[in-house]
Design a binder for this molecule. Structure first.
Ligand code: NAD
Length: 366
């Protein structure tokens, strides 16, 4: 497969690593291989100005190595800005393991991967991501201290999803304050798309606030279970975007704001946990033109990151809550800055994150 890839036209168009579309001044990219366990992994360290590069490990059956490389480059860059905007002393990193998490993952493979993480002496700190569980992180912990998101039984912070949901709720309230002049969600109709770990936890906050909640999920059985549990309305159609609602909360998958959906969207606010909700940057501009307030995903879904950060900083639960509540202030500030400067909230958020990194860099140079 490798020979096939390097003989493909892509190589003639772009240099294999630094020439990749997703390459954005990454500091270090580490290719890890172990014959015995058939581990093939790539660790991407995007930026360590603010602190060690933290980001989860994703195990995915990538079609080829280009796809894996571009994923790790893109995701590690995203982590830099997520940490920076959240005010954490962390850089951005990510790792990908090439393979099917259901059939290819073994304790030996995870341990070997952990050894590679350990060889970086803390410059990269790993965590759970798609295809990984807290038990996998427990195995990684056997060979390196540079891992967070291990189970509570092993002294970790456990499942980050409830805190992610709390952060999304804070971001949603800030968006409501900006749009309606009040952050009270009582009586607002909110559609939650995807009621997995985060979506379900979000429902609880919304109901407590008195919002009118409707939920959707491709897993019909799960949808009904969650619907019965919280006594909320179910949406079982295929066109959530055209439905009348005040707030759309994407908590399933990315790129749901795209050319097909954007003109259907009736919501006035979009605030959810899914990563990379805008298919392209121009969709952010289109939302703004339609008067739809978009709370940047990488800002309001940082609650999970704040949760694992507690393991590094050894801060208590109260501090984690305080940092997560602060997502409200940052979101409001970003929305106001964006409006004042005539840019999208995503652009304003990226600018703020980059300013923080540059400030620290200047201090380090002094
Ligand atoms: P999850 O896998 O527990 O839940 C996702 C849910 O979405 C599932 O119930 C699934 O059936 C449903 N779903 C998938 N495709 C769908 C579709 N097309 N329409 C409707 N429902 C669909 O995932 P999660 O941990 O709840 O995370 C949700 C999203 O938030 C993901 O995009 C994730 O990357 C992002 N996120 C999660 C965290 C976290 O702490 N878990 C942190 C940051 C970002």
């Amino acid at each position: 497969m490798y020979l096939k890839i390097i003989s493909s036209k892509k190589l003639s168009k772009a240099d294999p690593v630094f020439g990749q579309q997703s390459f954005d001044n990454h500091e270090q990219i580490i290719f890890c291989h172990d014959k015995d366990t058939s581990l093939k992994a790539i660790i991407g360290i995007h930026n360590t100005v603010l602190g060690p590069a933290l980001g989860g490990t994703r195990m995915w059956n990538y079609e080829n190595e280009w796809e894996a490389l571009n994923d790790v480059l893109r995701l590690s860059r995203g982590m830099t800005f997520k940490s920076a905007i959240t005010g954490l002393n962390l850089g951005g990193g990510k790792a990908v393991i090439i393979g099917n998490a259901k059939t290819h993952k073994t304790p030996e493979l995870m341990r070997k991967f952990g050894e590679f993480v350990n060889s970086l002496s803390g410059k990269y700190i790993t965590a759970e991501d798609v295809g990984m569980t807290t038990s996998d992180m427990d195995i990684v912990r056997e060979v390196t201290p540079h891992v967070v998101g291990v189970s509570e039984g092993h002294g970790g912070s456990g499942n980050p999803a409830p805190n992610t949901a709390f952060g999304v709720f804070m971001g949603m309230k800030a968006a409501a304050k900006f749009k309606y002049g009040s952050d009270d969600l009582k009586g607002k109709s909110v559609f939650v798309q995807g009621v997995g770990n985060v979506g379900e936890a979000l429902i609880k906050h919304l109901l407590k606030e008195g919002a009118k909640v409707t939920i959707a999920d491709i897993n019909r059985e799960h949808l009904e279970t969650v619907g019965n549990k919280y006594k909320v309305a179910l949406y079982e159609g295929n066109d959530i975007y055209s439905q009348n609602m005040d707030i759309y909360a994407p908590c399933a998958l990315g790129a749901t704001i795209n050319d097909d959906t954007i003109n259907k969207i009736k919501a006035q606010i979009i605030a959810g946990s899914a990563n990379n909700q805008l298919a392209e940057d121009r969709h952010g501009v289109m939302l703004q033109e339609k008067g739809i307030v978009y709370a940047p995903d990488f800002l309001i879904n940082a609650g999970g990151l704040i949760n694992v950060y507690a393991e590094i900083e050894h801060c208590d639960k109260q501090e984690t809550i305080r940092k997560t509540e602060n997502i409200y202030n940052t979101t409001l500030e970003i929305l106001e800055r964006a409006a004042q400067n005539g840019v999208t909230p995503n652009v304003a958020a990226l600018k703020m994150a980059k300013e923080r990194i540059q400030k620290r860099k200047n201090e380090q140079l002094k």
